[in-house]
Design a protein around this ligand. Structure first.
Ligand code: GTP
Ligand code: MG
Length: 202
């Protein structure tokens, strides 16, 4: 898919106030610092569209970006970040869960996990929660540049096998990405493009 336009639309803490156009929407979620905002910039080929930081907790609101004038990308705050105050953390969790439960336009969530780590309880719990609530999602491994190219397949296999040892009967679709190396861009955009085409055909 060619990106012809990518515009920031609004930031929000209230799902009810998010854009109400009936366009397909994709949301990026995962622990703080996993690389959600960086991945959005990489996919859009724009350095500063979404705000990134080396310090966890940078993205604090629901951020809508309108792409090619006919679909939305959403940058969300991270979950499971211990250094924000308890009150803030609760707020994050509340609008994250509300967003996923109430956002009718959402066609797919992307759950981002750092490729170097084995499944973390908070990620597994969040994926299980999405599954229980019937919310479609895919898994995105980030920071693949941190591994030697030959090691990537093994890390992915090990991660997916661990999911299967848990409550999972099958693993979600998955993508291997690196924002610094522009890796995984074509396959992720192609995946989104296919869903968009189905959306507009129906
Ligand atoms: P919050 O908004 O705080 O939840 O974080 P986030 O998930 O949006 O992460 P962000 O994109 O801000 O990136 C966090 C840090 O990871 C930054 O220092 C990025 O430069 C770094 N980073 C993100 N993606 C990659 C990647 O693909 N490779 C490498 N090496 N570093 C990355
Ligand atoms: Mg962010």
């Amino acid at each position: 898919m060619k990106i012809t336009s990518a515009e920031f639309v609004m930031s929000n803490s209230n799902v009810a106030k998010c854009p109400n156009e009936p366009l397909p929407e994709y949301a990026f979620i995962g622990r703080s610092n996993v690389g959600k905002s960086s991945l959005i910039n990489m996919l859009m080929d724009r350095k500063h569209l979404a705000k990134t930081s080396g310090r966890p907790g940078k993205t604090q609101l629901i951020n809508h970006f309108k792409i090619n004038k006919n679909w939305f990308l959403v940058d969300l705050p991270g979950y499971g970040y211990a250094r924000v105050s308890k009150k803030d953390k609760k707020t994050f969790q509340k609008y994250i869960t509300e967003y996923f439960l109430k956002r009718k336009q959402l066609v797919c969530g992307f759950v981002l996990v750092d490729i170097r780590h084995e499944p973390q309880p908070v990620d597994v719990e969040f994926m299980e929660w999405l599954g229980t609530n019937g919310i479609p999602f895919s898994l995105v491994f980030t920071k693949a540049d941190k591994l030697k190219p030959g090691a990537i397949d093994n890390y992915v296999k090990t991660y997916l096998n661990k999911l299967l040892e848990g409550a999972w009967e099958e693993t979600p679709p998955h993508f291997v990405t690196s924002s610094s190396k522009h890796m995984g861009r074509e396959s992720l955009l192609g995946y989104i493009d296919n869903i968009n085409q189905e959306f507009f055909a129906s």
